[in-house]
Structures are given as C-alpha cells and as structure tokens.
Write a protein that binds this ligand. Structure first.
Ligand code: TZP
Ligand code: MG
Length: 213
C-alpha cells in the first residue's frame, strides 16, 4: 500500500457534472499536492459513479496518490481503490473491513464525541470530524458543527489520524492543525477556487508548516 499522508484530502465536488471540468480540477488538485483524493458522488447513478471512479483511479495512480471512495463499498471493491470512507449510516465498519481486507484504508466520519468513542471509531484507520465548521457544500443530514472544542475533545481519545471537514479554507486551516488535526479535507476551497492548483498548494503549505508533516 502507498504510504498514507493525511495532510490534505481533496473531496471531489459532485455538483460538477461536466467530466472535462471535473477531471481538470482533480488533476489540478493532484498537481497542487493533494495527498489523498476522496471520490464523493451523492446524486449520480452507479454506472456514472463507477466510470468516474475508474478514471480517478488511473489519474491517482499516475500521481501515486491514494484514492478513497465515499460511502460506496461496492465501488471501492470494483475499482480496487486504496480505501473507503464510511459514515454512521453506511455499511458497518466490520463488514467494510472484512470485504476490503486488512491492508486497505477505512475512514469513519464522526459528528460527536459519543460516536468518536465507539468501537468502530476505535478500529478505523482514520477519523473524519464532520463537520468542523458550517458549510453550504453538504446540506443533507449535516450535524451541528463540532468546532475547535469538539476537535480537541476527540483528539484526546486516540492517537490515530484525525482529519476535519466542513467549511475549511486558507483562513481557518492553521487553527485546525494547531488544535490537533493531522489534516484537512476540503471540497469548495479547491473545486470553487479560481486557480485550483494554486489553492491546493496554499492549503498544503499551511498544513505542513503548522503540523509535523
Ligand atoms: N461532509 C461534511 S461537510 C462536507 C462533507 C462532504 C462538505 C465539505 O465541503 P466544503 O466545501 O469543504 O465545506
Ligand atoms: Mg457517507
């Protein structure tokens, strides 16, 4: 397996249905230094998701960057990606692990300290704090933002990698890393940037100069 660096996860923007634009942004994120790509598709059919996943895998392989599939274990298995990111209402962790195998990355989203303390969170390879701040990008089923206080409380529970998501931009990245996150996951700070490659580079620099990466 590739060495996993959680510094900067680019989560793809499923509002972009034009493949030319979608893959141009993905490549810009890879060129700019995203350390993991998470393919997140919430509204398309399975065939479209699969097709995008295949192309994402080819591109990520070219840049030697891990690809993680959001929610869909079947797509992760079909495309043989490096991992899957599950939420509290997705396929249970145990099943995901059994099907993915020991060597793959499994990330789990938590939205409060109770979820973070449960055995699935203890077992996952990394934890996604979701959301850290409010965001307009995800509207369905979004919990109350945990904020920096929530991050600090969850940081105390374990030493494993913690990545924050939700409303993250160049102005609040430093604070997140200073308070114990290993990395950030962003959608719009890259996908909606005027220059996605430069925006990625800038976010990565902030994470790396603040953290121990
Ligand atoms: N999960 C929690 S917040 C979020 C997801 C997928 C959206 C993050 O998008 P943005 O644009 O980085 O706030
Ligand atoms: Mg999910």
């Amino acid at each position: 397996m590739l060495k996993v660096d959680y510094a900067l996860i680019f989560v793809t923007d499923d509002s972009i249905r034009d493949d030319n634009i979608f893959f141009a942004i993905l490549e810009a994120a890879l060129k700019g230094g995203a350390t993991i790509i998470q393919l997140r598709e919430k509204s398309c059919d399975t065939a479209t998701f699969y097709r995008r996943a295949i192309r994402c895998k080819e591109l990520c392989d070219t840049y030697k960057i891990p690809l993680i599939i959001n929610d869909r274990l079947d797509i992760a298995l079909a495309v043989c990606t490096d991992g899957v990111h599950i939420g509290q209402t997705d396929m249970p962790y145990d099943v995901s692990r059994r099907l993915m195998g020991k060597s793959k990355i499994i990330g789990l989203s938590v939205s409060n300290t109770e979820q973070a303390a449960k055995k699935d969170a203890q077992a996952a390879d990394y934890i996604g704090i979701s959301p850290i701040f409010s965001t307009n990008t995800k509207t369905n089923g979004l919990a109350q933002p945990l904020g920096i206080a929530g991050l600090k409380a969850i940081r105390e529970l374990y030493a494993k990698p913690i990545v924050c998501i939700g409303g993250i931009n160049k102005n609040n990245t430093q604070e997140i890393i200073e308070n114990g996150a290993d990395g950030i996951a962003v959608v719009s700070a890259i996908s909606k940037a005027e220059h996605p490659e430069a925006a990625t580079k800038e976010l990565k620099e902030i994470v790396c100069k603040t953290g121990t990466n």
